[in-house]
Design a protein around this ligand. Structure first.
Ligand code: ATP
Length: 132
């Protein structure tokens, strides 16, 4: 059986997850990063996206909008700007955010903050993917 390690996900309003897991997959600024037990110490910046983890052989997803990941002492800590488990995601809200951002990016009205709309779109897509 695969070795286990602790996965902790913290967002500004508190602890989102604290579990013993077998595998974690994140999208870091340097690419996808898969972590197994006894990984070497590491610090990485996270992209907006989906964090996947395996617990008792079952895969779960969390949406994160960027942050940091630390691996130390057989423990993974994710400090996220925002983080929601699949169960916590309000799908209609994420769908509405996606449509709002897409509309802004299509129309490109003067004064539209394109970068902000692109970030909003990425966050909404990550939430929809994690909720699936
Ligand atoms: P919206 O435009 O729908 O408000 P947003 O991307 O601007 O979304 P954030 O600023 O990223 O929202 O997050 C604000 C808070 O709301 C955070 O605590 C985040 O976890 C939560 N949140 C945002 N969208 C959702 C969602 N679809 N389901 C559950 N929680 C959400």
């Amino acid at each position: 059986m695969a070795g286990k390690f602790r996965l902790k996900v913290v967002a500004p309003d508190g602890l989102v997850l604290d579990k013993d897991v077998e595998f974690v997959l994140v999208r870091s600024e340097d690419g996808d990063l898969g972590i197994l037990a006894r990984h070497t110490p590491l610090l990485a910046s996270l992209e907006i996206g989906v964090v996947r983890y395996r617990e008792n052989g079952k895969e779960h997803k969390i949406a994160v909008s960027g942050g940091f990941l630390e691996v130390a002492d057989n423990k993974v800590t994710i400090l996220a700007n925002t983080a929601e488990t699949a169960e916590q995601i309000d799908v209609p809200r994420a769908q509405a955010a996606k449509e709002r951002a897409e509309k802004r990016l299509q129309e490109r009205k003067p004064g539209t903050d394109i970068q902000r709309a692109e970030i909003a779109l990425k966050k909404a897509l990550a939430r929809l993917k994690a909720a699936q």
